[in-house]
Ligand binder design. Structure first.
Ligand SMILES: Cc1cc2nc3c(=O)[nH]c(=O)nc-3n(C[C@H](O)[C@H](O)[C@H](O)COP(=O)(O)OP(=O)(O)OC[C@H]3O[C@@H](n4cnc5c(N)ncnc54)[C@H](O)[C@@H]3O)c2cc1C
Length: 472
């Protein structure tokens, strides 16, 4: 028998769930607070023939079913891109992921000795307890490499010292990077040893829709509507009410949804739990109140000039500037600019939506971005210049030292709300990429359809979901 399922959020998790449920003949209604765009953090924004990604979204996954899902929808519209993303440190560009040959080429003999000595030191004097991101990285690479290649960028991203950042984040994001791997890669390159098939790894190549990630989500949204689903933009859910085994949503404009059997929420769990009725325990409420987020602001500079830098994006490890990453959109897909004569950069800043940076005017932010491009000395001109500022709240769920306990408490208490399912990145307060978010959607839809009983919380925690490389 067909069930009615209400979905909060038209991002990757919400739309994937909707797609799978529609294919099974269920009645699906999606509510999205954005007034014009679907895709959530993975949307594509537009201005005057230019397209922009919120952050630069590589499509890669180890989950076959996720890969099939997005390839079935976009097919030939996926491009295979070669990755180049260097670190700008001390006036020099270093390849990322780090390659020994490249590091040695770009640093002085003395700096090389310093990196090596601090690495050997930490391996001999092994620290017993690892509490923070700082402890974890130093234990793997030594103090000097940590300070050069991890500290400044990570502190820009999270806005706090690395010793206050959870070790879980390091273990999740830098899981597969080790000095032994870097050394092995160096030896293989030196002797020109490659695997028989010479398969490029996920680190070196990735898929990307020719018109940005939003192209996938716009198409999923159109397909589900053809299958009978409703997608309502400009509908901000303010509360979720359970009554006699049925669920109803209320919106900030005063409207309400029809009654339904299930809700899938991909909205930030902290905001959603405030409107959950019956209300959760006081303990859970105060724990979830501690969930923090990092907000994200992109200043886009568009201009007429063919020359730019060769990378898809750059990591900026330079304390003279506030920018953390710079995207070069046409190196993701040539269709992100009106023609090859044009270039657009996205200068990415991490901040809090209640801080002074977030509330600077667009004009002030654009002037700052132009100054910072000058300091880094990247190709830029004011010919046919235009700009845009995109503010994206709730971009990064923050992990603190109590992350695991808080998440366990939330999972336990939600068991007493049958029919309520959390999925996605902010829905689970997990540092989930698109593929993880889609996978959580797949799991909750199977649970709703009684095809299995699995936990979406396990995604991005088990070894098989961990990525091969370190940072986004
Ligand atoms: C800077 C950056 C770079 C990234 N790079 C990559 C990458 O390279 N590769 C990759 O795979 N992933 C990347 N990601 C992660 C990717 O963006 C997310 O995994 C994905 O978008 C999460 O999907 P989601 O549906 O869970 O959440 P979201 O994309 O956040 O979508 C949730 C939706 O819910 C809506 N919503 C929220 N609250 C409400 C409410 N109360 N009522 C109604 N609607 C609501 C929001 O408006 C949003 O549209 C990146 C993320 C960021 C921030």
């Amino acid at each position: 028998m067909s069930k009615t399922i209400l979905i909060i959020g038209a991002g990757p998790a919400g739309l994937s769930a909707a797609h799978l449920l529609c294919k099974e003949g269920q009645k699906v209604i999606v509510y999205e607070s954005h007034s014009t765009a679907v895709g959530g953090l993975s949307q594509t924004a537009r201005q005057g023939g230019f397209l922009f990604d919120i952050g630069g979204h590589r499509f890669y996954t180890k989950a076959k079913e996720v890969e099939e899902f997005w390839h079935d929808i976009l097919g030939e519209d996926f491009l295979r891109r070669t990755r180049l993303s260097r670190i700008f440190y001390n006036g020099t560009f270093f390849k990322y992921p780090l390659e020994l040959g490249d590091v040695l080429k770009n640093i002085s003999f003395f700096k090389g000795c310093e990196f090596l000595a601090s690495y050997i030191k930490v391996k001999i004097l092994k620290k017993k307890e690892i509490h923070s991101f700082e402890d974890w990285v130093i234990s793997q690479f030594g103090v000097s490499l940590y300070e050069a290649f991890f500290k400044s960028y990570t502190e820009k991203v999270w806005g706090r010292p690395c010793h206050e950042i959870s070790k879980d984040w390091a273990a999740q994001r830098i899981n597969n990077l080790s000095i032994s791997k870097i050394l092995l890669e160096f030896i293989k390159n030196f002797f020109n040893i490659r695997s028989k098939q010479n398969i490029k790894s996920l680190i070196e190549e990735f898929d990307y829709p020719r018109k940005g990630p939003g192209m996938l989500w716009e198409r999923v949204s159109a397909e589900i509507q053809k299958m009978g689903a409703e997608v309502h933009l400009n509908h901000h859910v303010s509360s979720m009410v359970s009554h006699e085994g049925k669920w109803q949503l209320h919106f900030s404009n005063g409207d309400s949804s029809p009654m339904a059997d299930h809700i899938i929420s991909t909205a930030p769990v902290k905001t959603l739990l405030k409107g959950l009725k019956p209300a959760p325990s006081q303990t859970l409420k105060s724990e979830i109140e501690n969930y923090k987020y990092r907000d994200f602001l992109t200043v886009i500079l568009m201009f007429k000039q063919r020359d730019s830098f060769p990378d898809n994006w750059l990591y900026i490890h330079d304390s003279r500037v506030k920018v953390a990453r710079i995207q070069n959109y046409k190196n993701w897909s040539p269709e992100m600019v009106p023609s090859p004569e044009y270039t657009s950069y996205g200068l990415e800043y991490f901040c809090q939506k209640d801080d002074d940076f977030w509330s600077m005017t667009d004009e002030e932010l654009v002037e700052l971005a132009i100054r910072e491009i000058g300091i880094i000395d990247l190709p830029f001109t004011r010919v046919e210049f235009s700009s845009k500022v995109i503010r994206m709240p709730y971009a990064y769920p923050v992990y603190d030292h109590n992350h695991s306990q808080r998440s366990e408490l939330l999972q336990r208490e939600l068991e007493s709300y049958p029919g309520l399912h959390l999925a996605g990145r902010n829905g689970l307060h997990r540092y989930n990429n698109q593929d993880h978010s889609i996978k959580t959607a797949m799991i909750v839809t199977e649970n709703i359809l009684n095809k299995s009983k699995r936990s979406p919380w396990k995604v991005n925690q088990d070894a098989q979901y961990l990525e091969e490389e370190s940072r986004s």
